[in-house]
Design a protein around this ligand. Structure first.
Ligand SMILES: Nc1nc2c(ncn2[C@@H]2O[C@H](COP(=O)(O)OP(=O)(O)OP(=O)(O)O)[C@@H](O)[C@H]2O)c(=O)[nH]1
Ligand SMILES: [Mg+2]
Length: 480
């Protein structure tokens, strides 16, 4: 990255050194969990922690299978200035008997420290170090990763590039009002706060419309305009791109004030996110709601691929040693695999693998170890077969959420149903060529009914699909 200053690098090195010294006696791993909104981040972290705390069935996680994992517990997190991941509230929501429900949407960065006590595998290891490791889980919106290009651009460059993409097909139908206002304003006129707000609102409406329009959400900046986190309503967010003027307008003008706010956003929001949080991540999980994209059609799948390429752009800088300090490992996981029959799980993984490979190629990525999985952090369904017109169909059985609908049947949120969601194609390329259109149908299910957590009873941990395989890839070697 061209304008990453020496100061930043020095600061980063200092963090690294400080953390290493602090970690001599209690190693810690920072596990980042990200994904675009509703990808399944909160449910993933809640189930992962719950399964470790309550001795869940994790046969693919070697330390658990071999009995070397002795104990897990929560501890106060290292970064007191970050909100704590509301683990207990999420478990309470999911285990509230008849009132159980999925956790609320969470729209900012949060953290949770999980400590694992284990028996090291080798004799030497057992002698040299204790078997305790802290896992600091960090939940953050994937939308914030899309701010990376801003670190490299000044306000004029950014404005020019945003306005240029706003004229491309698909986006242009949403950009009209904002562009109209932006081009009618005199950039040299003194700033009026009301105009600034109006411009910001129209630009944000444009971003929001693009986000819901399949095919166009991968470059929506600034990330905080969509997921403001703790900056909701902050003046730091009251800016928008303007057509760059030929001559530099005077201080106090609309242009100069917008420029100042943009610079403040980059300096105080985007840059600290990358350097204070992202840079310190050792293992990364990128959750991808591949099924929802498949359900929406080929344009949405192609769009997902471009969003993944933007994610790779962030990790690519990791290969130059700036953003990831220890051996990186990135897991891309297709979530909610319990919405399809297990016969299709590997196909789901292949589709994600294809998207990830394509995205990595586009971003010219090389770096950390990458893996793809199809997974359900919490399994809300079970499987069965049903006869339909003389044919045996693999179905999934669960309680669809109230208001969900299939072929005119509206579910009441209490009754179980057997659903044939359709088959995923054997050839993953079909996900992109439009041949799946209208052939898949997913509904949202209620969370499964489990008892409130009591320690040491396997049946009480959240059921899952391949959560243990994810754990093995992410942490298996650290507990060796
Ligand atoms: N069936 C099933 N549904 C899931 C699973 N994980 C998530 N979901 C569904 O996806 C929704 C979103 O999950 P969250 O974990 O809240 O997603 P998130 O990424 O934290 O979302 P934001 O906080 O809004 O960014 C949930 O409310 C569930 O409806 C899963 O493993 N199985
Ligand atoms: Mg969340």
């Amino acid at each position: 990255m061209k304008n990453v200053s020496i100061l930043d690098e020095a600061r980063n090195a200092a963090i690294t050194l400080g953390e290493r010294i602090g970690n001599v006696f209690s190693p810690s791993i920072r596990l980042g969990v990200t994904g675009l909104s509703r990808a399944g981040k909160t449910v993933f972290i809640t189930s992962l922690v719950h399964n470790l705390l309550h001795d869940g069935a994790l046969p693919l996680f070697e330390p658990a299978r071999s009995g070397r994992l002795r104990r897990a517990w929560l501890e106060p997190q290292p970064d007191a200035h970050i909100p704590r991941f509301a683990y207990e509230d999420h478990v309470a929501a999911l285990t509230a008997g008849e009132d159980r429900h999925w956790p609320q949407s969470t729209r900012q960065l949060s953290q949770l420290r999980l400590t694992l006590e284990y028996e090291p595998a080798g004799l030497t290891a057992r002698y040299l170090r204790g078997g305790t490791i802290h896992v600091d889980v960090v939940d953050y919106p994937g939308e914030w990763l899309l701010d990376l290009p801003l670190l490299d651009m000044d306000y004029a460059e950014w404005s020019r590039s945003v306005i240029e993409t706003a004229h491309t097909t698909g986006r242009d139908m949403h950009a009209g009002k904002w562009l109209e206002l932006a081009s009618s304003l005199d950039p040299a006129a003194p700033l009026e706060e009301e105009t600034a707000r109006r411009l910001f609102q129209l630009y944000r409406d444009y971003l929001k419309a693009c986000k819901t329009h399949p095919g166009h959400f991968s470059a929506l900046q600034p990330g905080r305009f969509l997921i403001p986190g703790d900056l909701e309503g902050s003046p730091l967010l009251t800016f928008a791109p303007l057509p760059p003027p030929e001559e530099r307008p005077p201080a106090g003008s609309l242009w100069r004030e917008m420029e100042r706010r943009y610079q403040a956003y980059v300096a105080h929001v985007a840059r600290p996110f990358f350097f204070d949080h992202f840079a310190r991540i050792d293992r990364q999980v990128v959750l991808v709601d591949t099924l929802t994209a498949l359900n929406a059609g080929a344009a949405a799948v192609a769009d997902l691929r471009s969003a993944l390429a933007s994610v790779f752009a962030c990790f690519r800088t990791g290969s130059s040693g700036l953003f990831t300090r220890r051996a990186g490992r990135i897991l891309f996981a297709a979530t909610k695999a319990d919405l399809i029959h297990h016969a299709s799980h590997d196909r789901l993984r292949s589709i994600l693998a294809l998207l990830v490979e394509d995205a990595a190629r586009r971003a010219e990525y090389s770096g950390a170890r990458i893996r793809t999985e199809a997974m359900a952090a919490i399994r809300a369904t079970r499987e069965g077969t049903a006869r339909h017109e003389g044919e045996e169909l693999p179905v999934i059985i669960g309680i669809p959420e109230k208001g969900e609908e299939i072929a005119g049947q509206v579910f009441d949120g209490r009754t179980e149903a057997a659903i044939f969601p359709g088959d995923l194609p054997e050839d993953p390329r079909k996900a992109l060529d439009g041949s799946l259109e209208g052939r898949l149908r997913f509904v949202r299910f209620r969370p499964p009914k489990i008892h409130p957590p009591r320690p040491l009873e396997k049946a009480d941990a959240f059921p899952h699909v391949r959560l243990d395989a994810a754990l093995q890839f992410l942490l298996g070697e650290d507990l060796a």
